[in-house]
Design a protein around this ligand. Structure first.
Ligand SMILES: Cc1ncc(COP(=O)(O)O)c(C=O)c1O
Length: 383
């Protein structure tokens, strides 16, 4: 990079959750999706170790053939029950869950109507399906209505949104979006990668608005609040049965490892037994948000543990990022084409107040952040 700063692929020498080690120094981690801090939980570690001993290090195949285990099916049953849907299908990543669901369900005759800031995996799934793709303005139900109005009456249409937007930290306006979907006969898929474990006692965005029945499919990932690796599609028995035989990212890829599956299952059980973790993480993020605002640093439209901090311009982003790392705070610098420039910061239930106060102090002492204003420009995801 021009200034000699390259903030990506940084090798970390250890991760304890709220802190990480790099080049012999400890940094406060404010760039992880480990919302509940469960990657460091001894119960999750013990379950992963036990699964390793019992099932070995790999499933060595697709769930369709030799790679299915009772652990995968337990995870599906407990996840579907938790999210209030009849069935779930577990895939090896959240990316594959979105790819499999969209490419499996949509055909070139159908319309995919996608929020402008939807995650890249949703965009890729639509592309792979060959469906006709229409984008609507971010989180704008009127924009969605205008888009749906223009489609041929008989055409099947699937509206695709994130529950919590990964770069903005804002929550989908599901009440308005579901109303428009109902009026225009559109099905709805919500990617709740960042809502699971965070909203509504962890049940996510649809439950947050008490609208689970209005959402046809929910996709989730285990790589964030559930401290593992993997993903799932959750919905009706029919849709899930269909996807078991149509989702190529499921059928032609090895299943989640036994250790990942056991870790996700145990994290889910902890979440269910200890819903205070979800209020803890939101309270910690609210504490930071209040501190940043008081220091004159912007926080965008976020109301969740993801807080995007506006930067004056792309050029200055990396210099600010480097100063933050030198001061002991790890954040993620985001540059186009992933999104418009910002520092993406995110918080965990296990951050201490002292750590969070230090983060506010370090970010608040950056004059350029105080000058950048409150708004992050509406982001453009990799599209
Ligand atoms: C909104 C959203 N959907 C899907 C994914 C993909 O999840 P995974 O990391 O499990 O592939 C991510 C991860 O970045 C995400 O933020």
């Amino acid at each position: 990079m021009k200034a000699g700063l390259y903030p990506y692929f940084l090798p970390l020498a250890g991760q304890e959750g709220a802190t990480v080690r790099r080049s012999g120094r400890e940094l406060i981690m404010c760039g992880s999706n480990n919302y509940l801090g469960l990657t460091a939980d001894p119960r999750v570690h013990a379950a992963a170790r036990a699964a390793l001993d019992r099932y070995g290090s790999s499933s060595t195949g697709s769930r369709f053939l030799n790679g299915n285990t009772d652990l995968h099916e337990e995870l599906e049953a407990e996840l579907a029950d938790f999210l209030g849907k009849p069935a779930a299908l577990v895939l090896s990543t959240g990316y594959q869950a979105n790819l499999g669901a969209l490419a499996g369900l949509l055909t070139p005759r159908d319309y995919a109507v996608v929020d402008r800031d939807a995650h890249a995996s949703l965009v890729d799934g639509c592309r792979l399906s060959g469906a006709k793709v229409r984008r609507f303005p971010h989180n704008d139900a009127e924009g969605l209505r205008r888009t749906l109005e223009q489609l041929p009456d008989a055409a099947a249409r699937l509206v695709i949104v994130d529950g919590v937007y990964s770069m903005e930290g804002d929550i989908c306006d599901l009440p308005a979006i579901t109303a428009v979907c109902a009026q225009y006969g559109a099905r709805l898929l919500v990617d709740d990668a960042h809502g699971l474990g965070v909203l509504a006692g962890g049940r996510g965005t649809a439950a947050h608005f008490d609208l689970t029945d209005q959402v046809d499919l929910i996709t989730v990932t285990f790589s964030k609040a559930l401290a593992s690796l993997g993903g799932a599609v959750v919905g009706s028995e029919e849709a899930i049965h269909y996807l078991k035989h149509k989702a190529r990212s499921l059928m032609f890829s090895a299943s989640m490892t036994p250790t990942s599956t056991a870790a996700a299952l145990t994290a889910l059980r902890i979440l269910r037994a200890e819903p205070h973790l979800t209020t803890d993480v939101r309270a910690k993020a609210d504490h930071v948000r209040r501190g940043l605002i008081a220091a004159g640093v912007g926080t965008g439209d976020s109301t969740t543990p993801i807080i995007p901090v506006p930067v004056p311009d792309a050029a200055g982003t990396l210099a600010i990022w480097e100063r933050l790392v030198r001061a002991g705070v790890y954040v993620n610098p985001v540059l186009p084409p992933a999104a418009t420039p910002r520092l993406r910061t995110s918080y965990m239930a296990t951050h201490t107040r002292a750590q969070l106060d230090r983060v506010v102090e370090v970010l608040g002492s950056e004059p350029e952040l105080r000058r950048a204003g409150d708004r992050v420009a509406s982001s453009v995801s990799v599209a």
